[in-house]
Ligand binder design. Structure first.
Ligand SMILES: NC(=O)c1ccc[n+]([C@@H]2O[C@H](COP(=O)([O-])OP(=O)(O)OC[C@H]3O[C@@H](n4cnc5c(N)ncnc54)[C@H](OP(=O)(O)O)[C@@H]3O)[C@@H](O)[C@H]2O)c1
Length: 311
């Protein structure tokens, strides 16, 4: 079988497509998945460049490229009773493991969530990491509720475009910070208001928000605090020394750290199957063109998700 590997940090030339043996079920609670689609996340290019060395291995990467999986079960260990060979599933691989850009992957059955067998797989492929991040930020950390005023900095991003829809699903009033070219896109997803970051600064506004979800992380909490309601929650997606300091000092500051969570994956699959969570597909790249896909996402102007076709 073929898979994408990365044994050193660097530019896209460190990504190699290799031939290797198909993995085999050896443990309990495992399923072997024939992967059909995956997606790219900003974390992929950051990992490739070694921006998370402190977690991912100082000298060389411990984790492999790709975290999102949509495919069919082709084998399972004897103790797996709630999944059958042939089931179509979605899953998220742990950020310290990865390896989704591979024709076959073994995953923990607990994180294999069944999807509608007749559905178009591409609409699920963008979900696992990006929509889990948005859900964990707004629901788990933000405790979002009807009527909340929510600001999403980076509304057109993979994470942000799901966050707008999840916040609207919970009955919030949503303001999306985005560029002028993407204002209509964010409004179509449900945003009530937009702020064009190229012409206006959202941090200078007088309006206060119950939740500020920062997918861009280009302002400090000190700058953001005046527009956060007294009991409001600020959730950041990118770790930094100043964020560590703010996390220690301010109860209102949170960091979302995405990880496989069965309940969250089930929620985002259900929302998608009910037509409440849509994936905007920016482009679909075959796995053979993984370097071009990385170059595209690294520009940081992808609207929605880049899907990777594996098989
Ligand atoms: N902590 C975690 O567990 C976790 C999990 C997932 C992701 N993340 C982080 O979350 C961030 C988003 O990831 P992603 O995969 O969603 O990224 P992405 O899709 O690559 O983000 C690209 C989008 O960001 C928008 N953007 C760029 N600069 C902006 C600005 N100054 N203001 C508003 N929007 C701006 C771009 O729109 P324009 O073209 O209009 O600029 C584009 O649509 C990344 O930093 C990633 O590392 C963290």
């Amino acid at each position: 079988m073929k898979k994408v590997t990365q044994n050193q940090y660097g530019d896209t030339s460190v990504l190699k497509i290799i031939d290797c043996d198909k993995p085999r079920i050896t443990g309990k609670a495992e399923v072997l998945v024939k992967v059909q689609y995956s997606s790219l996340n900003a974390i992929d290019w950051k990992n490739r460049k070694g921006l998370f060395r402190i977690f991912s291995g100082w000298f060389s990467p411990r984790s492999q490229p790709g975290f999102d999986i949509v495919g069919s079960i082709v084998n399972k260990s004897d103790d797996v009773n709630d999944l059958e060979i042939g089931d179509k599933i979605l899953s998220l691989l742990g950020t310290l493991k990865g390896g989704a850009f591979s024709q076959y992957v073994i995953i923990n059955a607990k994180y294999a969530i069944k999807i509608n067998p007749s559905a178009d797989e591409t609409i699920f492929a963008g979900l696992p990491m990006a929509a889990s991040t948005a859900w964990m930020a707004l629901v788990n950390h933000g405790k979002i509720k009807r009527g909340d005023k929510v600001l999403i900095n980076g509304g057109s991003s993979g994470v942000g475009h799901y966050a707008i829809q999840i916040a609207k699903h919970y009955g919030a009033e949503v303001t999306a910070v985005t560029s002028e070219k993407n204002e209509a896109f964010c409004r179509e997803l449900g945003a009530d208001n937009t702020v064009d970051y190229q012409n206006e600064k959202y941090i200078g506004k007088t309006e206060q928000y119950n939740i500020i979800f920062d997918v861009v992380s280009n302002s400090s909490f000190h700058e953001i605090k005046p527009i956060l309601a007294p009991n409001g929650i600020y959730i950041d997606t990118n770790m930094s020394l100043s964020l560590i300091k703010d996390l220690l000092i301010h109860k209102q500051v949170k960091f979302v750290s995405v990880h496989p969570d069965r309940k969250v994956l089930q929620e985002i699959v259900q929302m998608t199957e009910f037509g409440k969570l849509k994936t905007h597909i920016a482009k679909i790249f075959p796995m053979n063109n993984i370097t071009e896909a990385h170059e595209e996402i690294e520009h940081c102007h992808t609207v929605g998700k880049i899907i990777i076709k594996i098989d």
